[in-house]
Design a protein around this ligand. Structure first.
Ligand SMILES: Nc1ncnc2c1ncn2[C@@H]1O[C@H](COP(=O)(O)OP(=O)(O)OP(=O)(O)O)[C@@H](O)[C@H]1O
Ligand SMILES: [Mg+2]
Length: 343
């Protein structure tokens, strides 16, 4: 016990709320009559650390290993190898202490009682956590306000929209006042307005708390997270702040120039000039709804590409109706590190 307390004291001084160190998880599937046993390496030597008071995102496509990572950190799955600490406590040795530090929201509809009101669900789970009734009432008021459900708290959950249920899940995870929250795809399946509301509630959790979330929505990761680890096929393939990651994909910057008239009889000349100048990495053209042509030039240096493109078009006597520069997105980063789309 002395050791645990000492580790807890160390944890308070540490800057990282969550540390994963070469976490690995292998699933073995028993073979059926004619098939051989299978092995899936769901998480393969994943390491990262989440600074206190920040939102950290695990971004990756379906099957990347996000939920498996989250479950190991939440003590729901034992790692095959590697270690992890949450609030300074080891997820295997100090399971109970880890759970006390953590609020967990796993995806899916389960985990709430539809025939109870939102308020009664919180009271039920508060009792289950061993909280006193005074404490449950006080915290329920606070967390319902935090997630914006105070006015609907006394309605049955079965009448809640999906977004409201998801906010109640977050309120439930916050009930015992944990300093660290782990959220698995918190906005999946929500309509855009409900997702905006829930993201606002998540953003408001820091810096008082630390949040680890998983998502395959790059805009969500970009908007919410101080730091992102991109995970693919069980491995972290890139890590950094959204801005740092996007800088890595600068070659993916695009300029889009729309012309008033179709370029059909002159496009060969424009394309040839751009290719000659070796500024463009790729060159695409499409017809706009009003019959003009939209040129998309993929380039590292948007200013030069724009200069040249406009000059060439001017030489050709073509008038321009619109000009845009599209900065690289996290989707481009994922594409450049994995060769595939986020899906
Ligand atoms: N209980 C299990 N038994 C066997 N294989 C599993 C199990 N759970 C997950 N897997 C496999 O492990 C890999 C990682 O799955 P995981 O659910 O962690 O991915 P994910 O990134 O959360 O995906 P999603 O975006 O679809 O939720 C996948 O190949 C999946 O098929
Ligand atoms: Mg998942």
């Amino acid at each position: 016990m002395l050791q645990v307390n000492k580790r807890g004291a160390e944890a308070k001084g540490s800057d990282a709320a969550i540390v994963a160190d070469r976490l690995r998880r292998v699933y073995t599937k028993r073979g059926r009559l004619f098939s051989r046993p299978g092995v899936t390496v769901a998480v393969d030597e994943v390491s990262f650390s989440v600074p206190r008071g920040t939102i950290f995102g695990l971004l990756g496509p379906n099957g990347a290993g996000k939920t498996t990572t989250i479950k190991m950190l939440s003590t729901l799955l034992i790692p095959t190898s590697g270690t992890a600490t949450v609030g300074g406590y080891d997820v295997v040795r100090d399971e109970r202490l880890v759970r006390r530090q953590l609020g967990v929201v796993l995806g899916g509809e389960r985990g709430l009682y539809g025939y109870l009101t939102g308020w009664d669900n919180l009271v039920y789970f508060g009792n289950l956590y061993g909280m006193t009734s005074g404490c449950i009432r006080r915290r329920a008021v606070e967390v319902l306000e935090l997630v914006g459900l105070e006015e609907r708290a006394h309605e049955r959950v079965e009448g809640y929209s999906r977004g409201m249920k998801q906010r109640l899940h977050l309120a439930k995870a916050l009930l015992h006042d944990p300093p660290i929250l782990v959220l698995d795809e918190p906005t999946i399946g929500l309509d855009p307005a409900a997702a905006v509301d829930l993201r606002a509630a998540i953003a408001a959790l820091v810096p008082e708390r630390t949040v680890l979330l998983t998502t395959h929505d790059m805009h969500e990761a970009d908007q919410l997270c101080r730091e992102i680890a991109i995970i693919d096929r069980g491995k972290i393939v890139a890590q950094g702040s959204p801005a740092e990651l996007k800088r890595r994909a600068e070659g993916e910057r695009r300029i889009v120039v729309a012309t008033r008239e179709p370029l059909s009889h002159r496009d060969g000349a424009v394309e040839a000039r751009l290719r000659d100048l070796s500024i463009a990495r790729s060159f695409d053209r499409a017809t706009t709804p009003d019959g003009g042509t939209e040129l998309t030039v993929r380039c590292g240096d948007a200013a030069s590409a724009l200069d040249v493109t406009l000059a060439v078009l001017r030489e050709q006597g073509v008038s321009v109706s619109e000009v845009r520069v599209i900065e690289p997105t996290l989707e481009d980063v994922f594409l450049s590190v994995s060769g595939r789309s986020l899906g």
